[in-house]
Design a protein around this ligand. Structure first.
Ligand SMILES: [Zn+2]
Length: 658
């Protein structure tokens, strides 16, 4: 009987499409409470469900619960980051906290797990089987099937790990170090505004801190090598030695956690749900990419060394603290590109319309204004149409304002369910052009715009799923960035960039200028890639063993010797402030992994970047499935073969710089 009442509740509420944006505090608060209450009611009913456990009685209500949680969570996350009304932001923040609590409870609910386990899916379709399998896998990973004392230990470990993670980043943030300069002469090479912002104090000395606005320009432009090295050492020692112990604790607790839920170590646990699947693939990847990048890295290293010898004829090696400075010099001297000339081609309005036109040209879909309420007068809303059918909706919130999220990101507000609800997204950025379409953008901003728009398209194109869990950008975490990374190619090609780049006289960007931009961007890629593999190797190595006796300094130094072109600098302890060792844990390789996959996907577009047939194939095989297939199978479906390193290798070695 209970089951019937759940379905009634659900039928009336869950799938009524997108709840409008509320700008009224009381209305928003009410909708938050109602959505949370409805989701909780479904959860409780499932926990106490009597009778047969079937797709109808368990999996479908579960899907409806997940859809509700996803929708209310999506809106809360968006509002918390962008809503101009402080009180609405507070309600949204509270909603996010409530949802975290509920999610934790759901993932550790033994009765719910038992109910899901009892469902027989042997006679169902592939998607239902996959949904069921993923559900059980995630339950097992959370430890719900363990005896009570183990479950309690897991809960405690998770709480302690969250705290340790916060402690690690707090220690790094708080340990601001500095060097003292004796006069303005020590600032030689730095831009005027930097010098003006760093005038000598009453004692005649100047303080340069390890905070980014101080550190980054100093390491890039300061001519004084000794001071650059001194600041570098301070920077690489932030939170040392405190965080050495914190990181060790994190490693030990994660190792125990992985053991408790049946894994040999934390790296095994982490890789299981990623496209890489296992540690062996990660290790092969690191070694293969290193081998590919090495020749180019060596060539680039020689270029840096030669330039260094012009400054110091006795130099025999380039230090890590000299890399950024020398690269900047070479970029300026060899590939000088006029930043002002580049900017003149990127008017905000032309870029925005050009991105729409590019999407239409590739996929045949169209856009039209969506008449709906928005949270700020700056926000615009659109519908995405395939033929005359609306397939998704989105908001563009593209300019800065007070109390708004400061970066650029795509927010998936709700995923799509076939025949029931359309996907809805928002793009939140901080571009120039508020009230002025002719405002000029940096090329890097244009790249960001297209990258984030790539996530938006992925979210909307995949919004036709049976199970909400597979809708939107629900693919493996190490594949999520690949489609957007691939799309960036379109802003580095003169022919496609034409669509987005017209100056006030209506002239499109000259191909020679684009060529120069590409050359400047690509110088240093070999060095960058090999150094990234040093980080990736560190990340997998410290999680791929029993950490009880690990020596973090020794481990990191020996991996730097092996992978990077730059030797470890004595008395530095980068692990004490390298937050990704907590955040990405064993999977720091993610960024480069998806870059390699992106180059592989792009290989089919290389002959003609505007080929509609390839684009249609790409949409069908890569974007539309969302998380309904393993990323490895998506890639194979599109390429007609397993993924390969070859396109990445060809790109890296088609050295346009020397
Ligand atoms: Zn991204």
């Amino acid at each position: 009987m209970r089951f019937i009442s759940i379905l009634t509740v659900v039928a009336m509420t869950a799938f009524t499409g997108f709840a409008q944006v509320e700008n009224d505090l009381a209305a928003y608060k009410k909708s938050c409470e109602e959505e949370l209450a409805k989701a909780t009611a479904i959860f409780r009913s499932l926990e106490s469900l009597d009778g047969e456990k079937t797709v109808e009685t368990v999996l479908k209500p579960l899907n409806e619960m997940e859809a509700l949680l996803e929708k209310t969570g999506g809106k809360a996350s968006l509002f918390y980051n962008v809503h101009p009304n402080q009180e609405i932001r507070d309600v949204a923040e509270n909603q996010e906290k409530e949802l975290t609590k509920l999610y934790n409870e759901i993932s550790l609910s033994r009765p719910l797990f038992e109910a899901v386990k009892k469902v027989d899916v042997s006679a169902t379709d592939e998607q239902t089987k996959r949904y069921h399998k993923h559900m059980l896998r995630d339950f097992r990973r959370s430890g719900v099937d363990q005896p009570e004392e183990v479950r309690n230990r897991i809960k405690k470990l998770n709480e302690e790990l969250t705290e340790l993670g916060q402690q690690f980043s707090l220690n790094t943030r708080q340990d601001v170090r500095s060097i003292t300069l004796s006069s303005t002469n020590d600032l030689a090479g730095l831009p005027e505004d930097y010098i003006a912002a760093h005038l000598p104090d009453t004692n005649g000395t100047i303080t340069i801190t390890t905070d980014y606005p101080d550190y980054i320009p100093f390491s890039r432009y300061a001519e004084n090598d000794e001071l650059r090295k001194k600041l570098y050492i301070e920077f690489k020692n932030r939170a040392y030695p405190t965080n050495g112990d914190v990181l060790k604790e994190i490693l030990i607790k994660r190792y125990e956690l992985a053991n408790l839920v049946g894994y040999k170590n934390y790296a095994d646990f982490e890789t299981e749900t990623k496209m890489v699947k296992n540690v062996k693939t990660v290790r092969n990847f690191i070694d293969e990419v290193s081998a590919i990048a090495r020749p180019r890295a060596e060539k680039e290293y020689q270029v840096l060394l030669k330039r260094l010898q012009q400054i110091d004829p006795k130099a025999t090696a380039v230090g890590d603290w000299q890399k950024t400075y020398l690269e900047e010099l070479i970029r300026k001297e060899q590939f000088e590109v006029d930043a002002k000339a580049i900017r003149s081609y990127f008017q905000f309005g032309v870029v925005r319309d050009g991105i729409f036109d590019l999407t239409t040209a590739l996929y045949g879909v169209t856009f039209r204004p969506w008449d709906t309420e928005v949270w700020d007068p700056d926000v615009t809303a659109y519908e995405l149409l395939d033929g005359d059918k609306v397939i998704g909706r989105f908001y563009l919130d593209l300019h800065p304002r007070e109390n708004k999220y400061k970066h650029a990101a795509h927010f998936g507000i709700q995923g799509g369910i076939a025949g029931k609800q359309l996907p809805v997204s928002a793009l939140v950025c901080n571009f120039p052009g508020k009230g002025d379409d002719s405002a000029l953008m940096e090329h890097a901003q244009v790249e960001t715009f297209l990258h984030e728009f790539g996530h938006l398209l992925h979210h909307l194109f995949s919004g036709n799923q049976q199970w909400i869990r597979f809708s939107g950008i629900s693919t493996e975490l190490d594949f999520v960035e690949a489609p957007s990374q691939m799309l960036e190619e379109w802003v580095w090609n003169a022919n496609t960039l034409k669509m987005l780049a017209k100056n006030k006289e209506g002239k499109t960007i000259p191909p020679e200028l684009v060529e120069k931009m590409v050359a400047a961007k690509e110088f240093g890629n070999g060095l960058f890639t090999t150094h990234q593999m040093f980080y990736a190797a560190t990340s997998i190595t410290i999680y791929d063993q029993n950490p009880a006796n690990i020596d973090l300094s020794k481990t990191m130094d020996s991996l730097q010797e092996k992978y990077s072109m730059f030797k470890p600098v004595p008395d530095t302890h980068m692990y004490a402030n390298f937050g990704h060792l907590y955040g990405y844990s064993a999977m720091y390789c993610t960024y480069m992994w998806s870059q390699v996959i992106a180059k592989d996907l792009f290989s089919r577009f290389e002959a003609d970047m505007m080929d509609k047939k390839v684009a249609a194939d790409y949409r069908k095989n890569i974007l539309a499935p969302g998380g309904s297939k393993d990323a490895k199978d998506l890639v194979e479906g599109f390429l007609g073969r397993p993924y390969s390193f070859e396109p990445f290798a060809n790109w890296l070695n088609s050295d346009s710089t020397n």
